[in-house]
Design a protein around this ligand. Sequence first.
Ligand code: PMP
Length: 318
Amino acid sequence: ICWSAGGGWHRPRVQPYGPIALDPAAAVLHYGQEIFEGIKAYRHADGSVHTFRPDQNGLRLQRSARRLALPELPVSYFVQSLRELVAVDGAWVPSGADQSLYLRPFMFAKEAFLGVRPAKKVAYYVIASPAGAYFTGGVKPVSIWLSEDYARAGKGGTGAAKTGGNYASSLLPQSEAYDSGCDQVVFLDQDGNVEELGGMNVIFVHKDGTIVTPQSDSILEGITRDSILQLARDRGHTVESRPVTLAEWRDGVASGDIVEVFACGTAAVVTPIGVLKGKDFLDEQPIGELALSLREELTDIQYGRRDDKHGWLVRLDA
Ligand code: PMP
């Protein structure tokens, strides 16, 4: 679907996967004016196809659009775009444990001009791609590298938006993590507060059952995190969303007050954090039961094996 200033949204269509023609001066190629989402479609045992809280992804795409001076796509168009893509081929949402159809909605500035201003011509696309299980051979704890030299986002920046620039700035620290033998990076803000991983939010479980997740205006508000916290509240856990310093994390683990640390996002759902490593330290992290039990509850809802008590699923194939 395309958008132009004056013309609004127009020309919705489904087309075979293939290259997109872009003018070399398209604004997205120079100024990074683009945003995206990530969401999955799940096939249930009865064959029906459902997605999870698409309104939340649609609203987040609108928040990202506002920050990147892009037009807001109505949430109903967003959900319709997923529905139409799923309808193209009834067979391409895989069935089986942990299988899904990954959907990647994205919007970018395609107007051709060399100058810094919001583009007046924009395109919105969705890619669909069958995805297998994130973990083969069971969920494994990940090791985390503390990025001390690089930030993902700054105050007033685009951290809370899902835009390519945030990921571009995470590539170098991510390769530093790999070089240090770690799977993922954790970013801090300028005050030393824990933000998030390159593509996942972080959650701490305290000894008294309190669950804490970092809050700041530069964190991407994960829909998995929001759902996991709701399931934890349903079980009677107290949930706190507040700034968490690196010192609080490390001291909490050392003293035994923090009994579990995990990360969550659409791709991996929930993954325990097994190790936190920095330039001059390596802290083993306590592994508990809660992360995996919440993971199971959430995936059971997504795959229709458990009652969807919050009404999170939206059927896409009917
Ligand atoms: N933080 C970042 C930077 C991400 O890219 C993602 C993945 N979208 C998340 C957190 C988790 O968000 P969600 O649970 O909505 O996938």
